[in-house]
Design a protein around this ligand. Structure first.
Ligand SMILES: [Mn+2]
Length: 414
């Protein structure tokens, strides 16, 4: 009798429990005792707790025993000149800065900084920065920096490699964002423009928190190049992931929706519900369909018109470019910008806008071709942006400027 009663009680309990929902009870969640899941906060099972301080994940090396040196930039190379393959690799072959003091003393204009978060459908982005330092490439800083469209030399800019921002691959990526924010703030407060290399698109959220803190929320405009609009809802218990960060940024007031400019959109999203959210929040978006309909030149002119006069942060997802030119991405979408259009866009915004930050992400070196086409393109996109920035310093105002010396012959006669 007793036995059958308890069976009925069990059956009743099973009927009450709704699969997939969380039932916080006195000492268990979904029937799992809290002592078996010590990472859950008994008061709020949606919140993860850390046994150790999360700061331990990003402890800085003790440098007190390092040889003393004056703050500033240094090259890790043995030779005065030479290709990247006979030196210790840095981004573009740039000299190294280790600390904000180095950035200030070196009067650094652009700090190239590696990113290593791996929040991606097909993991690989955490290896992108490492790969970008060791591209099989012949262009290296400061000797080969002349942009062939503008005729300006990017080595007029003081560029440094600021190392790679740690992302603990065993930690959740929301925790990693704190460290990205911290290091980006070091760069921004030292007066340099951070250009992020590698990682995945979730890091964009930390760029926006660092820029929001420096310039004020809603002050900086974003140029977002991507096949995807990255304002999907939060998923799988994550507040932010590499496809949701723009929604969170706009909904939280960190970013003014009217200053979020998308280009490269295609594929099967957004749906009508998401498009409604984009319209309600006044996002500026340019689908590939618009380029198909009106042509690249018209859409580029429209986009540049919208961006005019704004402080700009460039957030470049490599899948915004046609996989014909950039196959090394995890969420490949046929169509998209050509390599040439993307390069032209970087040059143009570098001339037209005050660039306050940029990052090139979602490059997966494991999926690149043997020529490293995606990595080489990512390098050239960063160089083209820097060429635009230098052109702006030299007084070039037209974002579609071309150096006449490189186009016109005999004074323009032929
Ligand atoms: Mn993206």
């Amino acid at each position: 009798m007793k036995f059958s009663v308890s069976l009925i009680a069990l059956a009743a309990a099973a009927l009450v429990a709704v699969p997939g929902t969380i039932h916080a009870q006195e000492n268990s969640v979904n029937g799992i005792p809290f002592e078996w899941a010590p990472w859950k906060d008994p008061n709020n099972p949606n919140v993860l707790i850390y046994k150790d301080s999360k700061d331990d994940l990003f402890a800085r090396r003790d440098t007190s025993d390092d040889p003393e040196r004056q703050p500033g930039l240094f090259y890790p190379n043995r030779y005065v000149t030479g290709p990247l393959w006979n030196s210790i690799p840095t981004f573009m072959g740039a000299p190294i800065a280790m600390s904000p003091e180095d950035l200030v003393a070196g009067e650094v204009d652009v700090a190239l900084v590696g990113l290593s978060i791996g929040d991606q459908m097909l993991p690989g982005g955490r290896f992108a920065a490492m790969k970008m330092r060791s591209l099989t490439d012949y262009l290296f800083y400061p000797f080969q920096g002349t942009d062939q469209a503008l005729g300006v030399d990017i080595s007029e800019l003081v560029v440094a490699d600021y190392g790679t921002i740690a992302a603990n691959w065993m930690a959740d990526n929301q925790t990693n964002l704190d460290e990205v924010h911290k290091v980006l703030s070091e760069i921004i407060n030292a007066g340099a423009v951070p250009i992020g290399i590698g990682g995945t698109h979730i890091q964009s959220y930390a760029f926006m928190t660092a820029l929001g803190q420096k310039h004020g929320p809603g002050e900086v405009a974003v140029l977002h190049i991507d096949a995807h609009y990255d304002a999907y809802s939060k998923e799988a218990g994550n507040f932010v992931h590499n496809g949701s960060f723009f929604k969170l940024a706009v909904d939280s007031g960190l970013l003014d929706g009217a200053k979020l400019h998308h280009i490269g959109l295609r594929g099967s999203t957004p749906d009508y519900k998401d498009l409604k959210w984009m319209r309600e929040n006044k996002l500026r978006f340019h689908f590939q369909t618009e380029i198909e309909k009106d042509g690249w030149d018209a859409v580029l002119a429209r986009l540049l018109g919208e961006l005019k006069g704004m402080k700009l942060y460039v957030s470049f997802d490599m899948d915004g470019v046609d996989p014909a030119y950039a196959p090394g991405v995890g969420t490949s979408e046929p169509g998209g910008l050509t390599a040439e259009q993307a390069i032209q866009l970087m040059r143009a915004v570098g001339i037209q806008n005050e660039i306050v930050a940029a990052e090139f992400n979602e490059y997966n070196p494991f999926l690149d071709d043997a020529h490293q086409s995606t990595g080489i393109l990512m390098d050239r996109l960063a160089r083209s942006l820097m060429a635009g920035m230098q052109g702006r310093r030299e007084g070039i105002e037209d974002p579609l400027y071309f150096d006449p010396e490189r186009i016109l012959h005999n004074g323009g006669d032929n």
